[in-house]
Ligand binder design. Structure first.
Ligand code: GLY
Length: 361
């Protein structure tokens, strides 16, 4: 049995199905799209577990080809994007009404989505996220991108999927570190919007960490409900709603730039959130007790709390200066005045901000 949510966008609304064992939902979504051919995009790790089953399901709907990327963030770059596009365009070539199926974590969804946005000036795609992080964040909302030498996700487009199928059965094969890393993004939803609430996360932390299906399905739905609402309000992050999803991400992006192999995205977000909580204490009057609650929750999910001692003040300031949310020498910093709420403050990128961020946890 699946639960369904709608991302209400005028002219291109789409559904998200959430549950365990969703082959029928995936078939139904693809049959409804009536594609003359399908291109399955995945990575080697996911393919080794799941490609045969998905491929035979897709082939029963329309002629299907597969493009498999090496696993890992390194594949999210121009050379692989070009290879993916050239494969798609070689005979039997993708047509305007064909559909790309992105089966994998955030890397696969981002590059396959960007290929969908650009091939033949735009073809449809369906997101089938296999990681918890992709389920609660990147598979929904149409942010597609590849990385540039100058930074992550700098070449991309907003291009919404036609459907998202979040099959929680994929999480059974997810490595523990990757699973826990995604819990940081889930805590983020609790901090910025109270969906899921921090109370619920605290009450069920052991069962969530153990991947118990009941609480897991309910928190994934909470996150997706929040994300779907925000995307419907502010599809292209031009208003004030979507930017709040970047809570913890200013420092996370600095860490991902200066320590590219050290942290998984969610781990960098956990560290970024701890920094954002310190900034929130100083600039949004967040109370100390709230910081302690989030710190204990992140710790329970085996997430890092202390910034690496090698992160210098200079690198931190340089990293913040290349943030997408920077305007001249100020940064739009997402802060929380109380758990469940978020807002943006404009702060100078200076020593005072660096000191707050670098304060020991
Ligand atoms: N990952 C943040 C967003 O989709 O806006």
């Amino acid at each position: 049995m699946s639960q369904r949510l709608t991302v209400n966008l005028t002219g291109h609304a789409y559904e998200i199905a959430v549950g365990k064992g969703l082959a029928a939902e995936l078939s139904g979504a693809l049959i409804a799209l009536n594609a003359p051919s399908l291109l399955l995009v995945t990575d080697e790790n996911v393919a080794s577990h799941h490609a045969p089953a998905i491929e035979s399901l897709l082939a029963s709907i329309a002629p299907t080809r597969r493009f498999t990327l090496p696993a890992g963030e390194e594949s999210k770059r121009m050379a692989f994007f070009a290879a993916l596009c050239e494969t798609a365009l070689s005979p039997p070539a993708l047509e305007r009404k064909s559909v790309i199926v992105a089966l994998g974590g955030g890397m696969v969804g981002d590059i396959a989505g960007f290929a969908a946005a650009t091939l033949l000036r735009g073809v449809r795609y369906v997101q089938v996220p296999t990681s918890l992080l992709a389920m609660v964040d990147s598979s929904v909302g149409g942010k597609t991108a590849i990385n540039a030498n100058a930074g992550k996700n700098l070449i991309g487009a907003f291009w919404q999927p036609s459907a998202v199928i979040c099959d929680l059965a994929y999480l059974d094969t997810l490595p523990a570190r990757e699973y826990c890393s995604a819990l940081a993004e889930i805590v983020k939803y609790g901090v910025i919007g109270g969906e899921p609430s921090i109370d619920i996360l605290e009450a069920h932390k052991e069962r969530i960490k153990a991947r118990a299906s009941g609480p897991l399905e309910s928190i994934v739905l909470d996150c997706l409900r929040h994300k779907a609402r925000v995307v419907a309000q502010d599809e292209r992050e031009t208003g004030s709603a979507r930017v709040l999803l970047n809570f913890g991400h200013s420092v996370a992006h600095v860490l991902e730039t200066f320590f590219p192999q050290r942290y998984l995205h969610g781990e960098a977000v956990a560290l970024g959130m701890m920094a954002a909580l310190r900034v929130s204490r100083a600039h949004a009057r967040l109370d100390k007790h709230a910081v302690g609650r989030i710190e204990r929750l992140l710790k329970a999910f085996s997430l890092p709390l202390a910034l690496p001692p090698e992160l210098t003040r200079q690198d931190l300031l340089a990293g913040l200066r290349s943030d997408k949310k920077r305007a001249s020498d100020r940064i739009e910093y997402v802060v929380t005045p109380r758990l469940g709420q978020a807002t943006v403050v404009s702060l100078p990128i200076d020593d005072a901000l660096a000191s707050l961020i670098l304060e020991p946890a």
